[in-house]
Design a protein around this ligand. Structure first.
Ligand code: NAP
Length: 255
């Protein structure tokens, strides 16, 4: 049967940081669109529970536990996936952390950990996977950015710097790798209810501010990110490259 524009059957996707939250929702969404899935995270036990849930739904799921901050380990795990499981057709670089503090008090160790996870992690994983995609002259890379790729908020200046850099790294990857028929794009979520954001979800004043500030007047649901991920993983986006797709209820369009 001929594949439709958004069909992912026969493709294999690695999603970093997919034991919970946005990564898990995207893994599940891509699986429902037909892709075979490789889950990742540091905590192997959490990863197994997530994998069991997806397998129970009938999806083909593998696990590869590694820390995206470790360049050598990332390369070793990606090479191992390619050798033992098969080609990675789609990479979603999603693993990320948040640390909040007024900038004047922000510790150097928190800065380093945040940058190593949010920015170095995208470089480490993207480079290791792209080296296989370049040989095949085919592939899709999606980097998870944020509304903080273009707008700052109090107490999260380092996160803002990291996500601004991920958006620019996405354009840099496109500039170097689009000629190999690899499409590299970003998805920039607005505010979604996940564990990373639990402190904000529990904060009534923040929720009131957010609902007022967002044209759509609400938090996003993680399932609402799936459509953009399928689009940027599929044939439908074959000439879209270096684009940052904001999925934010209009927050970055409005003052
Ligand atoms: P989350 O619920 O905290 O999940 C983060 C995931 O990343 C977990 O599976 C975690 O598993 C994994 N992870 C963390 N550090 C890792 C590392 N060094 N190596 C490998 N895996 C690692 O976060 P989320 O809210 O789903 O956010 C996912 C991404 O979306 C992040 O990049 C975040 O910045 C971005 N984002 C989120 C929102 C939002 O509203 N939630 C908005 C904009 C952007 P382990 O702890 O087991 O490693």
């Amino acid at each position: 049967m001929e594949k439709t524009l958004f069909d992912l059957s026969g493709l294999r996707a690695l999603i970093t940081g997919s034991s919970q939250g946005i990564g898990y929702a995207l893994a599940r969404g891509l699986a429902e669109a037909g892709a075979e899935i490789i889950l990742n995270g540091r905590n192997a036990e959490k990863l197994s529970i997530a994998a069991q849930k997806l397998s129970a739904e009938g999806h083909t799921v593998h696990q590869s536990s590694f820390d995206v901050t470790d360049h050598a380990s990332v390369k070793q795990h990606i090479d191992q996936i390619e050798e033992t499981i098969g080609a990675i057709d789609i990479l979603i670089s999603n693993a990320g952390i948040q640390k909040r503090s007024p900038l004047e008090d922000f510790s150097a160790s928190d800065w380093t950990e945040l940058m190593k996870t949010n920015l170095d992690g995208v470089f480490n994983t993207g480079q290791a996977v792209a080296n296989h995609m370049i040989k095949r002259k085919r592939g899709k890379i999606i980097n998870i950015c944020s509304v903080q790729s273009s707008l700052a908020r109090p107490t999260i200046a380092p996160y803002t710097a990291s996500k601004g850099a991920v958006a620019m790294l996405t354009k840099g990857m496109c500039t170097d790798w689009a000629k190999y028929n690899i499409q590299i794009n970003g998805i920039a979520p607005g505010y979604f209810e996940t564990e990373l954001n639990q402190a904000l979800v529990d904060d009534e004043a923040f929720t009131a501010w957010l609902e007022n500030r967002t044209p759509a007047k609400r938090w996003g649901k993680v399932e609402e990110l799936i459509g953009s991920a399928i689009f940027l993983s599929s044939e439908a986006s074959s000439f879209i490259n270096g684009h940052i797709l904001y999925v934010d209820g209009g927050i970055t369009s409005s003052l």
